[in-house]
Design a binder for this molecule. Structure first.
Ligand code: DAH
Length: 340
């Protein structure tokens, strides 16, 4: 009787183990057969009804059955684990022969390249690079620069006003005033930054563009210092053979004022389509700081003098890279930018 029961339990266990697909299934089988309320345990409990002389034999049979089932369970469990491990390992395989992902590397914008070059040239001559506010008082952008209230440059068509006293600076020249007001002389500074004008966008205009302001104030500064300095700058950016010329001009905050041209770096000054047959290309505005401007900053024009200049950064970048449309600098078309 008991032998038959044991035989049946073994058969059942075998069937269940064959069907098992997870270790949960295996555990369930353990509970069903070997657990406290399991089939095999029930048989052990019935031992008391077995004749005394048969007990050792039956006991041995029960143990054998238990061992067999345990072995079968352990074997299946081990197989399952090995299979799961293999699956995991093959999922994690890295094929080192696959081509690597290409890393796109960015680079500086042409404006930034030009600016760094300009900064390096002036730093090399002992200049400091300073910053000034883009949202500026009318006083710094105009008044203190000798631009009176009725000056055409103050026309609201050109200037973005925030309120009666505040505006978006139309030029970096206001930084000159901030620097002079600090009262530390000598001054040798450049101030690069954004400027704003209410202009329509076209090939040569943008409502936001960049200037690099320059200012030197010390005892005994003359127009010769201005010429020498700016000639060095032109050579640094456009090549050693670059020549410069100065044409009289007018800026309210400098006296005398000039515009500086460089010899065309395409034709060397002979005249070509790039320089519109002029041989010269206009590059910046400059002049000796107006005595009245010095006075307004509490600097005695009898004791000190200075020169100033204003460079259009985009103009330099456009010339340097022979780009004929300013809009290209702002549109961020990757096909354009990749060329630099
Ligand atoms: N601020 C002038 C402009 O926006 C440029 C300029 C001219 C700056 C002469 C100067 C200068 O410092 O001396 O057109």
């Amino acid at each position: 009787m008991i032998q038959e029961d044991l035989e049946r339990i073994r058969e059942e266990a075998k069937e269940q183990i064959e069907k098992a697909v997870s270790s949960d299934d295996i555990n369930q089988i353990k509970v069903n057969i070997l657990g406290k309320k399991g089939a095999l345990t029930a048989i052990l409990r019935g031992m008391k009804d077995v004749a005394k002389e048969d007990r050792p034999k039956v006991g041995q049979l029960v143990n054998e059955t238990r061992e067999k089932i345990e072995q079968a369970l352990a074997k299946t469990q081990a197989e399952m684990e090995a299979k799961a491990q293999n699956a995991r390992l093959s999922a994690e395989t890295i094929d080192v022969t696959l081509p690597a992902k290409r890393m796109e590397r960015g680079h500086l914008h042409p404006n930034q390249v030009a600016l760094r070059e300009i900064e390096e040239i002036f730093i090399g001559m002992g200049y400091e690079v300073v910053d000034g506010p883009e949202v500026e008082k009318d006083y710094y952008n105009f008044e203190a620069l000798n631009i009176p209230a009725d000056h055409p440059a103050k026309d609201e068509q050109d200037t973005f006003y925030i309120n009666r006293d505040m505006l978006l600076r139309t030029q970096t020249s206001g930084v000159q005033i901030h620097e002079m007001e600090k009262g530390r002389i000598p001054i040798r500074m450049i101030a690069p930054g954004r400027v704003y004008r209410a202009d329509e966008v076209d090939a040569t205009h943008s409502p936001v563009f960049h200037q690099v302001e320059g200012l030197v104030v010390d005892k005994g500064i003359t127009f010769a210092d201005l010429k020498g300095t700016l000639a060095e700058f032109a050579k640094g950016v456009f090549g050693e053979e670059t020549k410069v010329r100065f044409r009289p001009h007018h800026f309210p905050f400098t006296e005398p004022s000039a515009e500086m041209d460089i010899s065309c770096f395409k034709c060397g000054g002979k005249g070509c389509s790039f320089c519109k047959n002029e041989g010269w290309i206009e590059i910046l505005g400059c002049g000796m700081v107006h005595p009245h401007v010095l006075e307004m900053c509490h600097i005695d024009p009898e004791e000190y003098s200075g020169f100033a200049f204003g460079i259009g950064l985009e103009r330099i970048a456009l010339l340097k890279y022979e780009i004929d449309d300013m809009r290209l600098l702002y549109e961020n078309d990757i096909r354009f930018l990749r060329q630099f």
